[in-house]
Design a protein around this ligand. Structure first.
Ligand SMILES: [Mn+2]
Length: 239
């Protein structure tokens, strides 16, 4: 079940040259010792520090392959706004937004084809993160891929386009750090702010499944692997 990839090859779609990584680069990505482990950010919501670090190269290569088939694109909200976050999907279902609303679709509207298969290393890592957070037998059917560039943000919202609220949501952060806003199920409650670093995974379910959450505008910076970007993979069981 371990998915530690070999550091080889290059990710052209992501502009990543993984073969340039050295052992030193890997250690630079390690969180300081006091941040290791996991913390509860709300009832039923865990932040797993550095959980995906051991297989970040394999994850990124797998996502590169997905994005060759289903490129990142800026979707339009039902209200007519173009989202600052670029998105794509893999898995049986993909989240889409257009003038007619938000929904899950079996097909990529750009190509008319099924979304790419969810890579096994991504699926297994999501399942391990869920189990580590107390959610056994997580079976995600959708993986949304979000790309943030400096300034991109996601306003406070609930994830409620799924039919199944008993399954948790698993969210993996790669690249530039972000400020994650995580509140309660009440919009009026001010959300807490959590820094998400490359390799961090957040899992929320149970009493926090419908918590309001969002991402503050991404600060500029340079990540050693992803440059001026942050990638976020979000795994959901839709129905
Ligand atoms: Mn969300």
């Amino acid at each position: 079940m371990e998915c530690c990839g070999v550091l080889g090859g290059s990710c052209h779609a992501l502009g990543v040259q993984l073969h340039r990584m050295s052992t030193l680069d890997l250690f630079e990505d390690m969180p300081p010792a006091e941040e290791a482990g996991q913390s509860t950010i709300a009832p039923g919501a865990m932040l797993l520090h550095g959980f995906s670090l051991a297989c970040d190269a394999e994850l990124l290569q797998a996502i590169e392959e997905v994005l060759k088939q289903a490129p990142l694109r800026h979707m339009v909200t039902p209200g007519g706004f173009t989202m600052s976050v670029a998105m794509s999907n893999c898995g049986g279902l993909g989240w889409v937004s257009d003038s007619s609303g938000y929904r899950y679709s079996e097909r990529d509207p750009l190509s008319g084809q099924a979304w790419p298969t969810m890579p096994v290393c991504c699926l297994e890592l999501a399942q391990r993160a869920a189990a580590q957070s107390g959610y056994q037998e997580f079976q995600p059917t959708a993986c949304l891929i979000n790309e943030y560039v400096p300034g991109a943000k996601l306003s406070l919202h609930q994830d409620k386009d799924e039919l199944n609220f008993s399954a948790p949501i698993v969210s993996m952060s790669l690249g530039l750090p972000a400020t994650f806003l995580f509140g309660t199920t009440q919009r009026k409650d001010r959300p807490k702010r959590h820094r998400l670093n490359h390799g961090d995974v957040v899992v929320w379910g149970g009493p926090s499944r419908l918590a309001y959450h969002g991402v503050a505008p991404l600060a500029d910076g340079v990540h050693p692997i992803l440059g001026h970007r942050r990638l976020n993979l979000t795994f959901r069981c839709v129905g």
